[in-house]
Write a protein that binds this ligand. Structure first.
Ligand code: HEM
Length: 497
């Protein structure tokens, strides 16, 4: 989070806080009272709004800096029950830690619950981003992108790309002047995954354009959590400017691709290269609109799709290595499973194929356990479009609901010894659980379209790392706010096996 305070920012901050205070005192309290009257006695969940303006934000953020980020939720759950109300990050919110309530919130997409991100995220994404839009267009976009990412042809090709990128990065570690110097795994994994993500979205290869995208995208995401003020000098302004610069470049790629496609209509029936291709080719038949997607819309969404994909995969890779470093027995099992596969592949003279990751059950258990313990998207934000009753709780119209995924994943009612890294538990549960007690990729109509691709990419990274190297990790800690990260970027010293 970047807070560069100048005079104007101070004035705007005060105005912003003043507005929040007004909203808190007048609008929200009046809104709640009306709801009680309108809903025939059924009341919103219990809870407290905390202090004026800041509500319970300080306690909420502070818990993110402890080793138990769910302590904020747990404390309130023990007083008010699994669904409670609070006031955090500038607004009143109903928090659900109940898997059944979360399921209803996630399934009821579009007609009752719509995405409701913090204001800065809304500003940066724009209204036509898949992450914010609702209805037919969201369904169409989700189906096109999901269908492409799940297709065996895509997975076969991207498996080769991932392997190449992983092997290159791993060998670059040994090519350093002093390979015994620690390297920062959190940064290294980002290098691998960013290039793969850009390739699958728009087929840009490493080089000048890739460096430009990397640089500008880092500027864009700095604005995700900041004051939503679009004036020169403010963080939000800088991020929007960076997004504009990226848009220009992506729009040119989209335009060139469209021109080539129009010239060569017959050839465009083969396997699409990337997400730009699938979006350009879609004729709108599936949803009956018979309309192609506008080029501006495609360019914007290509950039916006980088947001959920950019940080999530490298963090799971990094955290899996952190948990494995702290748990030598689990690491030994992972190495054993992957060594067996490598031996088998070497004997047959074959490379790692995309279907292999599914057969690596323990590896999948390690990934599931990492996702459970350090959920990157720890909660899903929605807003109710009308009064809704779920399991006896009233969610009044206009209220924001935070479906806390982490609380469900760390609840001992759902997982025995939830604080223990125990990949073996997935042997019993099954790594690909379709249960509402394990939802790191969300659910319903917005279930992450990158789910299988992410598991594949993490599996390939773990496979090559553990079959070629050993490492010693330095002491580090996980922090959970504003997003999950390791405090020191996980320094490790790597040695060839
Ligand atoms: C470990 C990695 C990942 C995790 C844990 C994750 C998690 C999630 C979650 C929880 C959602 C649902 C958000 C909501 O309901 O509001 C989501 C949506 C989404 N994810 Fe992922 N994601 C991951 C990787 C990726 C990757 C690599 C991509 C891109 C290739 C991606 C693209 C998307 C998109 C486009 C959506 C929006 C879907 C829609 O609203 O229709 N994700 N992700």
């Amino acid at each position: 989070m970047t807070w560069a305070f100048g005079y104007w920012e101070l004035i705007c901050t005060l105005l912003f806080l003043g507005l929040l205070f007004y909203k808190y005192l007048i609008v929200n309290r009046r809104g709640l009272k009306n709801k009680k009257e309108e809903s025939g006695g059924l009341q919103p969940p219990r809870g407290t709004a905390g202090w004026p303006v800041i509500g319970e934000t300080i306690e909420f953020i502070a818990s993110g800096y402890t080793s138990r980020p769910v302590s904020f939720m747990e404390k309130r759950k023990s007083i008010y029950g699994k669904v409670f109300k609070t006031h955090i990050l500038g607004r009143p919110i109903i928090v659900s830690t109940d898997p059944d309530v979360n399921k209803v919130v996630l399934q009821n997409q579009g007609n009752v619950f719509i995405p409701s991100y913090p204001k800065s995220v809304i500003e940066l994404l724009g209204e036509s981003s898949i992450l914010q839009m609702n209805g037919g267009l969201q369904k169409r976009l989700h189906a096109i992108v999901g269908g492409f990412l799940r297709s065996p042809q895509f997975k076969a090709r991207i498996t080769k790309d991932i392997q190449k990128s992983v092997k290159l990065t791993l060998s670059s570690w040994m090519d350093r002047e002093n390979p015994q110097q620690p390297l920062y795994l959190q940064d290294e994994t980002k290098k691998i995954t960013f290039e793969i993500l850009v390739r699958l979205l728009m087929s840009v290869e490493p080089g000048e354009d890739m460096d430009f995208l990397k640089r500008e995208f880092m500027e864009v995401i700095k604005g995700l959590i900041c004051l939503p003020v679009k004036l020169p000098g403010f963080r939000m302004y800088k991020s929007l400017q960076a997004k504009e610069r990226m848009l220009k470049m992506v729009r040119k790629i989209v335009d060139d691709r469209k021109t080539a496609m129009d010239k060569n209509e017959a050839k465009s029936s083969g396997m699409p290269n990337d997400v730009i291709d699938v979006l350009l080719r879609d004729t709108g038949e599936s949803d009956g609109t018979q309309q192609r997607l506008p080029l501006d819309f495609i360019s914007g969404n290509i950039i916006e799709m980088m947001i959920p994909g950019e940080d999530s995969v490298p963090m799971i890779m990094t955290l899996a290595i952190k948990y494995l470093s702290d748990n030598p027995t689990a690491l030994a099992c992972l190495v054993d499973e992957n060594d067996k596969l490598k031996k088998q592949k070497d004997e047959l003279g074959e490379e790692y194929a995309w279907t292999d990751y599914v057969s690596l059950e323990f590896t999948q258990g390690v990934i599931s356990e990492t996702l459970r313990m350090a959920n990157i998207i720890n909660a899903i934000w929605r807003k109710a479009l009308e009064d809704v009753e779920i399991n006896g709780y009233l969610i009044p119209k206009g209220w924001c609901v935070l479906a806390s995924l982490t609380s469900v994943h760390m609840d001992e009612e759902n997982y025995a010894n939830p604080d223990e890294f125990d990949p073996w538990r997935w042997e019993k549960i099954g790594a690909s659980v379709k249960s509402n007690k394990f939802t790191p990729f969300g659910g319903g109509q917005r279930l992450c379209p990158g789910l299988e691709f992410s598991r594949l990419e993490i599996s390939i990274f773990l496979h090559h790392l553990v079959t070629t190297y050993t490492w010693v990790a330095e002491e580090d800690q996980i922090v959970y706010f504003p997003t999950v990260k390791t405090r020191r970027k996980l320094p490790i010293i790597v040695t060839p096996r």
